[in-house]
Design a binder for this molecule. Structure first.
Ligand code: UGA
Length: 437
């Protein structure tokens, strides 16, 4: 089988590489010539563990290639995946679908009328987008033999390959039996490992993706608020999470408290679903509240640091560990650090930071930060150590050594990566989220 994947962002590149690993001949297309040139040389534009090896292996085997030539990639493909960006539209929070529709028009122009093609939306797209893609194609090429399908992607950054190769489920929305067969054939390796497949309509599939992401965002927000309550009543949020999560109806995952969710998906998808629901006169008030609480939470985190520093950070040096929205990525999109660090600088702090992968991206977004080459460098001489991302390498730091190298022994751990007793034994005044300190 042969597919084209339009867009070499996170979803496009990982899906393309993984389909080629399934044995599907895959051509990844992007308009950005520089990006394609880098990919052709084996350079991966994003930080994702294991992706470079997968790309190299399948490119060498001749199953995976990269091009800017969309028409050639589309002609003769059994399926064309649209995996372009759907950022928040400036001003109103709706998903911006201009890249999706532009891709649909280009695909339409390139379709071979003698070949049947399934056009698949893999990007996260609001309900109704698949129908609009079909309309655009039909209008441009009334004679084309095609169907549309929705096949949302549920992979997480940092564990993207494992998530694609061993997903909890695959969701496929289409009205067409023929399209369903093509999709079934493409996902054959996952059928073999008995991955549950949810076949449904276009609209339902599109909504499943938003419902999943917004549910998870609500789950995180719930535990964040419970963490705040734990602090007031002297309870431990980790035990609460364990105690409720062992109930299978609740589940253990996504109950880790922190500075608020960030990243390229939850903030934009919660906002987009809120807008869709309002447009249809069926508001999702619970998600409206989640968005509001999370925005406020990220902003309020700087106040926690200021309080831990005795009420003022003016002229004080804050050493930050981790700036990306989560570990194992260099992605800075909607990272809590983008709210917290500027607020600390505004309050007069001098901010030094270290991140194992995010510095390059972060330098552009966080001007004025002094960048260190390792954790010890960021914390030396600091009045406060602040953990914003739970990179594994931070868990093993020598707390006594850090404490001695700092000017004041204050540790604010917004990801709860340290054991309160260990931190206190090392000499720190330790502040974490939702646990007795
Ligand atoms: C998320 C979803 O988890 C994926 O299933 C989905 O495919 C993806 O969005 C997408 O729509 O493309 P991702 O944004 O890569 O994946 O990262 P997550 O691991 O979900 O983390 C999102 C945010 O929630 C991070 O800021 C993380 O720190 C925070 N989080 C997560 C918590 O604060 N607590 C938790 O228990 C889990």
């Amino acid at each position: 089988m042969r597919i084209a994947v339009i867009g070499t962002g996170y979803v496009g590149l990982v899906s393309g590489a993984c389909f080629s690993e399934f044995g599907v001949e895959t051509i990844c297309v992007d308009k950005d010539q520089g990006k394609i040139d880098r990919l052709l040389k084996g350079e991966i534009p994003i930080y994702e563990p294991g992706l470079d090896a997968l790309v190299e292996k399948n490119a060498k085997a001749g199953r995976l290639s990269f091009t800017t030539d969309l028409p050639t990639a589309v002609r003769g493909a059994d399926a064309v995946f649209i995996a372009v960006g759907t950022p928040s539209r400036r001003g109103d929070g709706h998903a911006d679908l201009s890249y999706v529709y532009a891709a649909a028009a280009e695909i339409a122009a390139a379709l071979d009328p003698d070949d049947y093609t399934v056009i698949v939306t893999k990007s996260t797209v609001p309900v109704g987008t698949g129908r609009e893609v079909a309309r655009i194609i039909r209008k441009t090429r009334p004679e084309a033999d095609f169907d549309v399908a929705s096949n949302p992607e549920f992979l997480r950054e940092g564990s993207a390959i494992e998530d694609f190769m061993r997903p909890d489920r695959v969701v496929i929305g289409t009205d067409s039996d023929r399209a369903r067969q093509v999709m079934r054939a493409l996902y054959r390796p996952l059928f073999l490992i008995e991955t549950p497949m949810v076949f449904t309509s276009l609209e339902t599939s599109e909504l499943i993706k938003y419902a999943a992401n917004t549910f998870l965002a609500a789950k995180i927000t719930f535990i964040n608020e419970v963490a705040d309550l734990c602090e007031k009543v002297g309870a431990d949020v980790h035990d609460v999470a364990k105690g409720i999560g062992l109930d299978n109806r609740i589940g253990k995952k996504f109950l880790h408290p922190g500075p608020g969710y960030g990243g390229s998906c939850f903030p934009k998808d919660t906002l987009a679903l809120v807008k869709t629901a309002q447009d249809y006169g069926s508001p999702l008030r619970i998600i409206e509240t989640v968005v509001d609480i999370n925005d406020r939470r990220k902003k309020a985190m700087a106040d926690r640091v200021i309080a831990a520093c005795g009420g003022s950070v003016a002229g004080k040096r804050i050493g930050v560990l981790g700036v990306t929205f989560k570990p194992n990525t260099d992605d800075m999109r909607d990272a809590p650090s983008l709210d917290i660090i500027p607020a600390l600088a505004e309050a007069g702090a001098i901010v030094a930071a270290y991140d194992p992968a995010g510095r390059h991206e972060a330098e552009k977004m966080l001007p004025g930060v002094e960048w260190a080459d390792d954790a010890y460098g960021a914390l030396s001489g600091a009045d406060c150590a602040l953990v914003l991302t739970e990179w594994n390498e931070f868990r093993m730091l020598n707390l006594s050594r850090i404490c001695k190298a700092m000017k004041a022994p204050v540790l604010v751990d917004l990801r709860n990566i340290f054991n309160p007793e260990d931190a206190e034994m090392a000499g720190f005044a330790y502040h974490c989220v939702g646990r007795p300190g």
